[in-house]
Design a protein around this ligand. Sequence first.
Ligand code: AMP
Length: 550
Amino acid sequence: MSTITPKILPPTPSATNSPLLIGDLLESGVRMAGRNQIVYRDQCRHDYRHFRERVHQLAHTLTALGVNAGDVVAVLDWDSHRYLECFFAIPMIGAVLHTVNVRLSPEQILYTMEHAEDVFVLVHEDFVPLLEPLADKLPNIRGYLLCQEEAKDVSTSLPLVGEFEALLSEQPDYYNFPTFDENAVATLFYTTGTTGNPKGVFFTHRQLVLHTLGEASTFQAPGCELLNRDKVYMPITPMFHVHAWGVPYTATLMGATQVYPGRYEPEMLVKLLVSEKVDFSHCVPTLLNMVVSADAVASKQVDLSGWKVLVGGSALTQALASRAWSLGIDTRSAYGMSETCPLLTADILPRDVGKADFDTQLPWRCKAGLPVPLVKLQVVDVDGKPLPHDGKSVGEVRAQAPWLTQAYYKEEQRSEELWRDGWLHTGDVGSIDEHGFLTISDRIKDVIKTGGEWLSSLELESYISQCPGVAEVAVIGIADDKWGERPAALVVPSDLSNPPTAEDVQAFMEQFVKQGAINRWGIPSLIRVVDEIPKTSVGKLDKKRIRTEV
Ligand code: AMP
């Protein structure tokens, strides 16, 4: 922090300096939305006014059940209209929303719920069996509120306090929400770290409002144009993971139509994409791959043309972007992480590139993109010196922005490590080109160090993914006596009855050696054709498990 003393004037005593609170995002949405709707699967739909009423009823329900400001409230649900209501009602009463990652192991879920000090739980009926054996070990939980798809009796050992819809319907539809400090914690969730226990990250009202405004200005920018009031939005990134990239808040601010697909099942996703005429979604590459590989989509029985998909969480390969484009699907990349709320960069195409044909745009669409408003981003060498924006110099990516988690929850040492030198260290390596576009080349720990050179596993994956017959690929480094490490690849064939051989893939890679894109040692020496590649709880390649299986 600099030591200058700028002029700061005292406000008039009766002036209000409005805090940045999540509730104001909802009010903006109601004003903007007109008759736009919130849709849940093929089960229910209502307009924004009713959405607001339900948020007020949920706030009454929770306070009547004894939830107080400062309490941590856990939610275990699929992506639903209920979850969206929790995104608002829980922080708006001053409580903290803990979005539980339901795909973690039961031991890890127990760890996160204990560590977060949850005192109240909203649980979808599908997760009741998961919580039953854990409840004894969570003595501080004062009650469990059941969320059901339709009213029916359940027999469970969980101390239920009632059913979500039944309790909401008894409550008034207006709640006099308090105003409070914008630095109050609004949300908390756990990163799916590959080592040690999951780490808690938390975000304040102020951070979430600023993130929403940054995301909204990005999504509406020329060269990006992903979402506005007149579009239909459906997340395919779970709401438990980084608030579905914060987009439910952004879509609400804009008043866009929102479609929540519940549990992710390819058939339901495709059905909703078509029936609700979804314009915009976001997901990890694995999920996009799942949708474009669904029978009805691949055979062009259904038409998804015009659907825009923001891809992040892992690198978008040129092969997947091209395949999507052949079906009329318009993909863009974004980059961020749990610790960063998450948005750091997005593909806001320069004017001339935006006007060019798809082949010209393709490499741009697969870069992580331009830092969005209010984000400062650097790529630095091992001494922390910023590297030139030449598209070649590769180093660690570090960031500053007004919405980055200020610490890992109750983890002082790991927090200091994350924030050393006043920058949030992403643990990713990448480069920035002369246009300011970031390209991520790897996680620091996944970089393949071979014969004194660094190979990017993501770049190799991008090349191998273009090989005919390859549906999915993961590249890791394996120990090698002579070279230190050598790249190895797992490949899932698109046609299991006619898989490409290791030699086919290696021969295909020769062209990139000839073009000078990679060195000969970039061709994996070991290529295994497999039925499936291990994935993390949020659908990313699980390199830790892959290493143990190669
Ligand atoms: P998570 O915290 O689980 O959301 O994971 C964040 C990590 O995903 C980042 O640190 C990157 O390693 C990776 N990631 C996110 N977006 C991208 C992208 N566009 N390209 C490559 N890797 C990405």
